[in-house]
Structure formats: structure tokens, C-alpha cells
Design a protein around this ligand. Structure first.
Ligand SMILES: [Zn+2]
Ligand SMILES: [Zn+2]
Length: 265
């Protein structure tokens, strides 16, 4: 099994050393892990109210540290990934920045609508100011733009807008189909992200309906725990694999130097 979504202390909201994450992955008998810490928002010209990503000056060190972990002689395949906020208007800047680094894969995630970090518990009461149907629509339209940018290999926690349990009244099937088609056309994967199980919503990202739509549209899938502490590595993976198999998923996507291949599930 693979876990492609691990954070490090550089994002200011995670704990443990890289060696601790590796040790946990070995304990859980994973075959491959990928670190995908938060790309510096300041490089995109964004200053959040409180630090939620590494700083620009830390990026080289992060890369060195992940590369260094490979030299410890573990049998684990270790990949260098990154999780980057999709901020509309920064596409050209980000495209040029990405040319400078040798990431194995790039996860594109949406944590912000305007300057609202809607994934942050401190700002969760802002959901009450919105109509959920239009909020979900706005979120998925932004996600579709992230696909169109073709900057990302994987979309992170695809329906994280549900994190605090606020749901729309409308059925989302049409929006899901439209999104899944764009994912496929742009060659962007999704991840089965198990962190949602520990969030107030209490279910994986994506939910079973969205997962099914993505699979039936031919979207490729990878796996991640979004671990912010070592014990979270590989969390709920048995349940996740069961869900994937039940949904008809037969393989998982892996990356090397941003080239895709697949392994049997
Ligand atoms: Zn994220
Ligand atoms: Zn993450």
C-alpha cells in the first residue's frame, strides 16, 4: 500500500520527524510513501493570517531532508511530493516555479475561497454565512479551474468543503460528473484521502458517490492519509481499500518524476 500525503513540522501544524513517519510506514507494512508538505504560500504572493505552510526559505531544506531520508537504507520507496494551494491568478507564476524543482508529484488543493481558509477549524463558523448550494458550486468550479491549469498531478481531498459537516440541499451528481470529466481530460488524479474520517464530517474524501462517479469516468486514484503526526500514517487504510474495491477500483496510481504508472490494488 502507498501513502502519498504526509506532512512535516515545516507547515507549523504537524509533529514528528521524517524518520518517525518512515518508521510508522514500515510498521504498517506500506510499500511506498510520499511527503507532500505545504508549498510556501509566500512564493505565490499570499500571506495567510497565521502560518500554515513552510516559508520560501525552507523549501530547499525540505527537499534535501526528504532526499536524505532515502539514504538511510530503508526498503521503503520514498517519493518527494508537495501540496500546493490552487490560487486563481497564480498559474503562470506557479508554472515557472515548478520548473525549478524535481518533485515526483504535485498535489493541488483548495483550502481558500478568497481569503477564507474554510478548512481551518478556527474559521469554521463562517459556513453559517453562506448558502451551501452556492458554496459547493463555487468550490467545485474552482476545483475545475485547478484541473484546467494542468499544473497538478493529483487533486487533494477533493470534497474537503464538507469537512465540518455542512451539506447542500441539492443533489451534486451533475456537478460531480462535470468535475470528473475535467479531471480525466486534464489527466489529473484524485486521492482517496482518509483524513476526513477524523474530521467532524467523519467520512473519507471523496464520499462514495463522488468516488463512484470519478471511477466510472475513468479518473485515476492514489491514496493518502494526510498525516500531520506519525501515528496517522496509513490511517483507516484497510477500510479505504475495501471501499475502493467495492467501488470497482483495481489499481492505484504512483508517480516518479511526475510520470504516472499504476500498481495493483
Ligand atoms: Zn490540504
Ligand atoms: Zn495535506
Amino acid at each position: 500500500m502507498i501513502d502519498y500525503h504526509l506532512h512535516t513540522t515545516r507547515c507549523c501544524h504537524a509533529t514528528g520527524s521524517l524518520e518517525d513517519y518512515l518508521a510508522e510506514a514500515e510498521k504498517k507494512q506500506l510499500r511506498e510513501i510520499g511527503f507532500s508538505d505545504h508549498f510556501p504560500l509566500d512564493l505565490l504572493g499570499v500571506t495567510p493570517r497565521a502560518p500554515v505552510t513552510m516559508e520560501a526559505s525552507e523549501l530547499e531544506e525540505y527537499i534535501k531532508e526528504v532526499e536524505g531520508l532515502k539514504s538511510l537504507g530503508s526498503n521503503m520507496n520514498i517519493k518527494l511530493g508537495i501540496e500546493i494551494d490552487y490560487i486563481p491568478g497564480t498559474e503562470n507564476k506557479l508554472g515557472k516555479l515548478l520548473e525549478q524543482y524535481d518533485f515526483d508529484y504535485v498535489i493541488g488543493s483548495i483550502h481558500y475561497l478568497g481569503d477564507w481558509d474554510f478548512t481551518h477549524p478556527v474559521y469554521a463558523d463562517h459556513y453559517q454565512d453562506y448558502d451551501m448550494d452556492s458554496l459547493y458550486d463555487k468550490y467545485f468550479k474552482l476545483l475545475q479551474d485547478a484541473c484546467r491549469s494542468r499544473l497538478f498531478d493529483v487533486i487533494g481531498h477533493i470534497d474537503v468543503i464538507k469537512k465540518f459537516g455542512y451539506r447542500p440541499a441539492n443533489d451534486l451528481e451533475a456537478l460531480y460528473i462535470e468535475t470528473a470529466r475535467l479531471l480525466r481530460e486534464s489527466g489529473t488524479c484524485i486521492e482517496l484521502n482518509t483524513a476526513g474520517q477524523d474530521a467532524p464530517v467523519g467520512e473519507f474524501y471523496p464520499d462514495p458517490q463522488l468516488l463512484e462517479v470519478c471511477l466510472s469516468e475513468g479518473v485515476a486514484v492514489t491514496m493518502g492519509s494526510d498525516a500531520h503526526s506519525p501515528e496517522q500514517v496509513g490511517r483507516y487504510f484497510n477500510e479505504a481499500v475495501e471501499l475502493l474495491k467495492l467501488s470497482g477500483c483495481r489499481e492505484l496510481t504512483v508517480f516518479e518524476q511526475r510520470k504516472r504508472s499504476s500498481i495493483q490494488l
